[in-house]
Design a protein around this ligand. Structure first.
Ligand SMILES: Nc1ncnc2c1ncn2[C@@H]1O[C@H](COP(=O)(O)OP(=O)(O)OP(=O)(O)O)[C@@H](O)[C@H]1O
Ligand SMILES: [Mg+2]
Length: 222
């Protein structure tokens, strides 16, 4: 489903160039659950942002279901992202003034769906993460673990091909971490592909495959 070949990312600061990703060649099959580990600064977020079309590589190939995303216009990429990718951030990134319901509904507003269908999907997603009783709450009225569950519902509500999660349990205690991992497990069981960046070896074990970024090489360790 995901195929990258020699992905590179170089940041220029003045006359200096910093190569962060130095040739990532990586494949993820449909239905896989992959954990990405590696020390701070090794480029995990940079890679995930490229895979999630939030950023573009300096060079290299990125195919998604055989489609070459480097050829897409920004408008095509935005549509592609909305339909195929669910992103989950360490700090939730919910809209603070919108209710839980509205936050989860947001990705569906860009789809051609009736309001009845949207409502059905939002309530189903909230049910799946155990947050239906908080539909009318504001994110500020929730704990970190509850916010992350809402963020997962938002990422999943549009039935994306893949969930990309950047340290989704990084701010959570052990109990909330276990709850979030249990939700990922059940989404994976029902066929969702997942890539999760994590510093937590215990969380990484939940995935079917672990790959490790090497800071100096800017590549995955073999
Ligand atoms: N927009 C940017 N401009 C310049 N350098 C950047 C930019 N974004 C990231 N970097 C640099 O790229 C390197 C990799 O950053 P990245 O955030 O991908 O690491 P990470 O593996 O996710 O680290 P962490 O585990 O701390 O989240 C860092 O040295 C960072 O300073
Ligand atoms: Mg990071």
């Amino acid at each position: 489903m995901i195929y990258t070949k020699d992905l590179c990312k170089i940041y220029s600061q003045g006359s200096e160039q910093h190569a962060i990703l130095k040739g990532i060649s990586f494949t993820v099959q449909q239905g896989e659950y992959v954990a990405i580990m590696g020390v701070s600064g090794s480029g995990k977020t940079t890679l995930l942002n490229i895979l999630g079309c939030l950023d573009t590589p300096t060079s290299g190939t990125y195919l998604f279901h055989g489609q070459d995303l480097s050829q897409f216009t920004s408008r095509q990429l935005a549509k592609f992202r909305n339909q195929h990718i669910g992103f989950i951030f360490q700090n939730y990134c919910l809209l603070p003034r919108d209710t839980v319901y509205s936050n989860v509904e947001l990705p569906l507003l860009y789809r051609n769906l009736s309001s009845k269908e949207r409502k059905h999907r939002v309530l189903t997603a909230l049910e799946q993460v155990g947050m239906i009783s908080k539909a009318k709450a504001l994110p500020t009225q929730l704990s970190g673990g509850q916010r992350q569950k809402v963020a997962i519902a938002r990422a999943y509500v549009g039935k994306p091909s893949i969930l990309l999660a950047d340290e989704p349990t990084g701010n959570l205690d052990a109990k909330s971490t276990a709850e979030v991992l249990a939700i990922f497990h059940s989404l994976h069981q029902s066929g969702t592909s997942i890539i999760m960046v994590t510093h937590d070896p215990h969380a990484a074990k939940a995935a079917g495959r672990i790959v490790t970024m090497d800071k100096d090489q800017g590549r995955f360790l073999a």
